[in-house]
Design a binder for this molecule. Sequence first.
Ligand code: PLP
Length: 471
Amino acid sequence: MTPDEFRAAGHALVDWIADHRERVPDLPVAAQVRPGEVRDALPPSAPEVPEPFAAVLADLDRVVVPGVVQTQHPGFHGWFPSNASLASVLGDIASGGVGALGITWQSAPALTEVEQVVTDWLRDLCGLSGEWRGAIQDTASTGCLVALLAARERASDGSEHRGGLQGHDRPLVVYSSPQAHSSVVKSALLAGFGADNVREVAVDPVTYAMDPAALAAAMEQDVAAGRTPAVVVASVGTTGTTAMDPVDAVVDVAARHGAWVHVDAAMAGAAMLLPEMRHLFEGVDRADSLAWNPHKWMGTILDCSLLYVRDVDHLVSVMSTTPSYLRAATDGEVVQYKDWGIPLGRRFRALKLWFHLRLDGVEAIRSRLRRDLDNARWLAAQVEAEPDWRVVAPVALQTVCVVHEPDGVTGEDLDAHTLAWVDAVNASGRAFLGASRLDGRWMVRVSIGAEATERADVESLWDLLREKVAR
Ligand code: PLP
C-alpha cells in the first residue's frame, strides 16, 4: 500500500469509525454470533491478490461488529467499563503510523520519554509521591506478574536458592484475598511460588475487604512453620464487588515481615484522579508496586495498563538483560523500559494516553468519573427502596451488586431466577450485565461507567431490570 492509497483508505476508515460510534447506541449490546459463526463467514485461506478496501470495510459491518459486545454502548454495564475514547483511538492510530521500534531508548527515544512524561503526569494527577516511577504494560495481569517476580527476587535475595523457589529452604508465600482477581493466583503460580504457598486471607463479611488481623495471623503462622511471607497483593476495587482492601493496614502488617505489597487497582485506580475519593487509597503511597488500567474506566483504549514501582533499581536488577547486539554509546544515561518488564519490543502505547489526556483534558475525565459515581449511588438508592430487591455489597465506586429475591424463592431456585433475569436483560439487546458468585450465591453486577452512559440510560436500565424480573 502506498502512502496515497493509505490516505484514501485511511480517510474512509476514520469516517467508518465515526459513523460506527454514532450508530453504537442503536446496536444490540451483546454480541450477536454463535460459536464458529465468525470463522464461517470468512474464507478459509488468505487472498493471493489485493482486495478493494471497500470490501474490507464492508466486512467490518458484516462480520466484526456483530461479533463483539458493544462496550461503548450506553447500556454496557458488564465486567468493568472498557472505554475507548476517540481521542485515544487517534493516538493508537498515530502509534501504528509512526511505526516506531520500541526495544531500547536508542531505537525510539521519543517512545521512552513520552512514556516517562505521561506516567509522571498520571502519578501526579493521582496524588502519588514523586518516589514512584511508571511504565506502561499491556495489562494489569502482566503488571502483577512483574511485581511478583520482583517481590520473589527481593525475598530470596542472598539465598543460595535464588534461582529455584521449589527447593527454597524457607518457601516464599503470597497472600491475597479470595476476592482478588484470578490473575493474582495465576501470577503467583507463573512466578513459581507454588500452589501450597498461595494464601487466601479472610475478608470482612460485610465489606469483602481483606482483614488485616487475618493477614497478620496467616503470616505469623507461616513464619512459625518455617516459611517466609514474601508478598501481599492488596486489591483496591475487587472485580466482584469493588471491595477496597485497607492498604495502610496491609502495609503495616507486611512491613513486620519485610514483605512486598503490590496494589492491584486495575479498575479503581481511575478514582485516584478524584481528590475526594483518595481516602479509599490510603496507604498506597507506602506500597512497593501499583498497577491500574487507564484502559478501563478512565477510557484510554486497550491496552494501556500502568505499573508503578518505588524501587526501580531493584526492578531493573530483576528484569534487565544486556545482549551485545543492543549496545549503544548512550547506555547508562537513559531509561531502558525493556528492563522494567518482560517483553523486549514495546508498542508506542504512550501516544494513546498522551492523545487522550491532551485532547479530552483531565477536567472532562474527572467530571465523567463523578457522573458515574453519582449514577451508581442513584441506582443503589432505587434498588434499596424497592421491595424484593437488595444491594449485596457496599457501593464503593461505580459498581452496584444486586439481587432480586421474590418471596419464598431461595437457594438453587434463587440462583436460577437470578441467572434467568440477567440472561433476559442481555438478550433484550438494550443492556448488558454480568453475574458473579458472592457468598455461594449468584448476584448481578451492574458496572456503570461507559463513556456514553448518562443518568437517563441508568433510569432506563432500572426500568428494564424490573421488567425482566417480572417475566
Ligand atoms: N485486577 C482486577 C481487580 C480486575 O478487575 C481485572 C480485570 O477486570 C484485572 C486485574 C485484570 O486486568 P487486565 O485485563 O488488565 O489483565
